[in-house]
Unconditional design. Structure first.
Length: 570
């Protein structure tokens, strides 16, 4: 007798659930997609314990009749595809007919729906089995409540993270939908608190402002370009504002959030000349192509797509982004670069600003590090000049040394800050005028979690009304940096470190790296000779003066012998 059997429906659903649903955020994604496909104008999400205990999505869409309310839990039951032709050009977010049966198979689910205000249907399901179907009076629309996700799959349940981590994923998912659908109202309540609530916005720019605050929105550069079969819209962050986190790049194709290598590559190509490796500018990119030109059926969670004309899409996106980076608006003026500094003591603009910036390495003098034992006397590099306001040219005995001023300063700040943090003795600087910080909902949650660790690193940050916080003090080593952006970077950095490790030392190291990078003098900053000399002297006292904390080289040397060979003197 043969050994092959066809799996029963329930088992098949459970297996599909493994692909479609891996955490509360993926349930949320599927449910919100259904609401949007149903034409909802308002979507309300309620969650408890990061969505692990409860996740409810209520919409005001077209609803379902009694038959559909039952049928939608059958595998491959969908109203969105009729035949193969439809699959060639998908215009809805869903189409696989898998989500509801998959979610129902691993939870206790309650569906309540109606096609008009009045009589409706309520379906209760437990681990994929329908327990009851009732009539229920309700308003038009649909509500799906998922309780005890994975209650019957303990192995999966164990993989869920802390409430706060799962919540941050929920917020990320909802933020992306809110970006893609500015006209729709979104609300998320967690444990009785509204963490996100955005009324309908007129356009994407307004939505970005609602979600991320005016501070970010006002620096973004609008993108607009049409190719033969592709349209690109959105907003690009200025190169100077680039942070270390990649997840500020929100890419959408036909309203669907995607992770797409073609698009990511095009974007990094566009920024290549202006943004250092390892830093990522904020980006909101909306690509529209004919649905027949893109295959969305290549990933169970529909997170990846395949373009029929990938090369064209790539080039139009690259040109679209590169075009705005070439404009004057892409280059912030000096006063703009350091708003926090300006808050602490008024920063003059023009040449005086350059001088003020040049004075930045000064704090290092206060507390010289002990000289390294192996340092040979006479080997101290003497500054000769500055090349292109970016590289320090020095002479070390008979060797020419070229130093990347940003990398060098980064290394100096990193070692100083790390040793202070490890000794619990971070030198602080109170800000004369506290800096206001706008926080996206997910960031506000992060702040609650990480305030303690930030305090140990010298940042005094406290919530200050909804969606805002106040920075009262910062570590002296970063006193010159744009502290609002820095604190936001640190929060996001902390979240990503915590996803991979529980080690506090590792976390501290990462945060210190980010802070040092942000606070270090940038390239294209003129420095007076004394500041350059001080920088090289400080560098000479570092434990590792050869690479920056990200691993890039700090300096290269050209020995006299090589110079002589170049001139055929040898
Ligand atoms: P898909 O979205 O791929 O069609 P789902 O399992 O997510 O598959 O949903 C099955 C069907 O249930 C949908 O095609 C739709 O007809 C119906 N449905 C699901 N959620 C809603 C909702 N919020 N409002 C109206 N209809 C819905
Ligand atoms: Mg769906």
């Amino acid at each position: 007798m043969g050994r092959i059997r066809v799996l029963d429906e329930q088992l098949a659903n459970r297996i599909a659930a493994g692909e479609v649903v891996d955490r509360p955020a993926s349930v949320l994604k599927e449910l919100v997609e259904n609401s949007l496909d149903a034409g909802a104008r308002s979507i309300r999400v309620t969650a408890e314990a990061g969505g692990k205990r409860l996740l409810r999505v209520e919409d005001d869409g077209i609803g379902m009749d009694r038959d559909d309310a039952i049928l939608c839990f059958e595998r491959h039951a969908t109203s969105k595809l009729r035949g193969l032709d439809d699959l060639e050009a998908i215009t809805t977010l869903g189409f696989r007919g898998e989500a509801l049966p998959a979610i129902a198979s691993v939870s206790r689910l309650l569906l309540s729906t109606s096609e008009q205000d009045g009589p409706g249907t309520e379906v209760e399901i437990r681990a994929g089995k329908i327990l009851s179907v009732r009539e229920a009076d309700r308003v038009r629309g649909t509500s799906v409540e998922v309780a005890g996700l994975f209650f019957n799959v303990p192995a999966r349940r164990r993989f869920l993270r802390s409430d706060a981590t799962e919540l941050s994923h929920l917020l990320r998912v909802l933020t992306d939908f809110a970006l893609a659908q500015p006209a729709v109202r979104f609300r998320l309540e967690h444990g009785g608190r509204a963490l996100l609530d955005t009324g309908p916005a007129g356009d994407c720019g307004e939505r970005i402002e609602q979600l991320f605050g005016t501070e970010l929105a006002r620096t973004l550069l609008p993108i607009r370009r049409d190719g033969a079969s592709v349209k690109v819209r959105g907003f690009a962050g200025r190169p100077a504002d680039a942070g270390t986190r990649r997840d500020r790049q929100h890419l959408f194709v036909n309203g669907r959030r995607v992770h797409d290598r073609t698009l990511l590559h095009a974007v990094s190509e566009a920024y290549r000349e202006t943004v250092a490796a390892g830093r990522h500018p904020a980006l909101f990119l909306f690509v529209e192509v004919d649905p027949a030109e893109v295959d969305v059926n290549v990933h169970p969670q529909k997170a990846e797509v395949r373009f029929r004309r990938a090369a064209e899409v790539h080039d139009v996106v690259r040109e679209a982004v590169a075009a705005v980076l070439g404009t004057a608006a892409a280059v912030p003026d000096l006063a703009d670069l350091r708003p926090a500094y300006a808050g602490a003591f008024r920063l003059p603009s023009g040449p005086a600003a350059a001088a003020a910036l040049a004075a930045l390495p000064a704090p290092e003098l206060r507390e010289p590090m002990p000289p390294r034992a192996e340092q040979t006397p006479g080997a101290r590099p003497e500054v000769l000049a500055q090349l292109l306001d970016s590289y320090v040219i020095a002479q070390e005995r008979d060797t020419l040394v070229v130093v990347d001023q940003h990398a060098a300063h980064e290394r100096v700040l990193f070692e100083r800050y790390l040793s202070q943090a490890e000794a619990d003795g971070v030198e602080q600087q109170r800000l004369l005028v506290p800096v206001q910080l706008e926080l996206a909902p997910a960031q506000a949650v992060l702040l609650e979690q990480e305030a303690g660790e930030l305090a140990r690193l010298g940042f005094v940050v406290a919530p200050f009304g909804p969606g805002a916080a106040r920075i009262d003090a910062v570590p002296a080593v970063v006193a010159g940096a744009e502290v609002a952006g820095l604190v936001r970077d640190l929060l996001e950095e902390a979240a990503s470190v915590r996803r991979v490790t529980t080690g506090v030392a590792e976390l501290r190291r990462q945060l210190v790296t980010t802070a040092a990078c942000r606070a270090a003098i940038k390239v294209r900053t003129p420095l007076p000779r004394e500041a350059m000399q001080r920088l090289l002297d400080d560098l000479g006292r570092c434990r590792n003066p050869t690479t920056c904390p990200h691993g890039r080289p700090i300096a290269f040397r050209l020995p006299l012998a090589d110079i002589e060979r170049a001139f055929r003197r040898r």
